[in-house]
Design a protein around this ligand. Structure first.
Ligand code: FAD
Length: 320
């Protein structure tokens, strides 16, 4: 069975949930082989977690350059391995960085690219990706006809399922980065989400829209999110109005989330917002307009004022 290369996303040795989803998807296509690019010592921290999700091999590309440069070391590692092992596919998370890595890898190895797929499957010798396009209005199945399929998978779209494996380790020598052709990282600042989980990783997301009315009022959204141990999201209208920072925007031009529970407070449910959250397992909407489109996709809807409903909900949850 061919290997399927999975680029591991990690922060300080902690593997992101999206990687476990990729490993689960990779198992349908062949033998999942995780590619760890990072500081010296990273692989030893993440190897066991990767094996718990079925990685039978861990390729280790560790160097100082891997920490100091954006994307280039990851592209180098994947392109080198693609040439060496002829994988059935290369799977990368459709994060901002993942999309850039994928585009560059595809060019480097002269292969086709499928972006933002929500599912992958085997069809004979082919790897077929499913994309949900035009804000979820159409489902498209496609395959790469040239070279090794390079595929970015939308975080949260595929279920992460554990599958114990024993992973062997293999080193990948990274070429020295040419500083003239790469972007060097000069500083890092953690995104300010306080103690809350990262938006795309959270199992509960509480989002506020224009209906929240002001930056100060977003405290109502935050309190409910904190009571549920969730992340805070925002619609584009809320972000554009300056109520909440852009990194928390959910939707077509923001982040895609797929939590167990998504609570939309004062959000109308425009198609561009839905594109980023409609795969949530359970959707709860609070809106004072009974005709708001968000109710078309909500599992539970409350027609009411969010400033009455959300605090009551927070109180009830806190009591338990
Ligand atoms: P509105 O549509 O104004 O809805 C506010 C809702 O709040 C209303 O339904 C109202 O009834 C309700 N409300 C008001 N007061 C209360 C109250 N007290 N209690 C309860 N309910 C109340 N949007 C995104 O969100 N994410 C994107 O990534 C995104 N990308 C876009 C990309 C493009 C190319 C374009 C053209 C648009 C994009 N948009 C995106 C914008 C999108 O079309 C909508 O304009 C936006 O989602 C609306 O945000 P909203 O629901 O918060 O505001």
């Amino acid at each position: 069975m061919s290997e399927v290369l999975v680029l591991v996303e990690h922060v300080d040795g902690e593997v992101k949930k999206a990687t476990f989803e990729l490993l689960s998807a990779a198992r349908r296509l062949g033998e999942p082989a995780a590619v760890v690019v990072g500081a010296v010592g990273t692989a030893s921290k993440v190897k066991d977690a990767l094996a718990r999700y079925g990685a039978t091999k861990v390729y280790v590309a560790e160097s100082d350059d891997a920490v100091n440069y954006l994307v280039t070391p990851k592209v180098d590692a994947l392109a080198t391995l693609a040439g060496r092992v002829s994988p059935a596919a290369v799977l990368i998370s459709a994060s901002l960085e993942g999309k850039e890595v994928a585009g560059r890898v595809a060019v480097r190895i002269d292969s086709g690219l499928l972006v933002d797929v929500v599912d992958v499957e085997r069809s004979g010798d082919d790897v077929v990706g499913t994309q949900s396009i035009f804000g979820g209005g159409f489902v498209v199945k496609s395959k790469v006809s040239t070279g090794t399929p390079v595929i970015t998978v939308r975080p949260g779209a595929v279920e992460a399922e554990a599958a114990e494996a024993v992973a062997t380790e293999e080193t990948v020598e990274l070429p020295a980065v040419d500083p003239a052709r790469a972007t060097r990282i000069t500083s890092r600042e953690p995104a300010v989400a306080g103690d809350r989980p990262e938006l795309t990783e959270a199992s509960v997301v509480v989002s506020g829209g224009r209906g929240v009315g002001s930056a100060e009022n977003f405290a109502v959204v935050e309190r409910l999110a904190d009571a549920l141990g969730g992340a805070v999201g925002a619609s584009r209208a809320a972000v554009d109005s300056g109520y909440y920072p852009h990194q928390f925007q959910v939707g077509q031009t923001g982040k895609t989330v797929s939590p167990q529970l998504y609570i939309a407070l004062g959000i109308s449910g425009a198609i561009q917002h839905r594109a980023g959250m409609q795969t949530a397992k359970t959707i709860v909407a609070v809106n004072k307009d009974a005709e708001a489109p968000i109710f078309e996709i909500a599992d539970f809807g409350v027609v009411g004022d969010l400033f009455q409903v959300a605090p009551q909900l927070t109180e009830e949850v806190t009591k338990r």
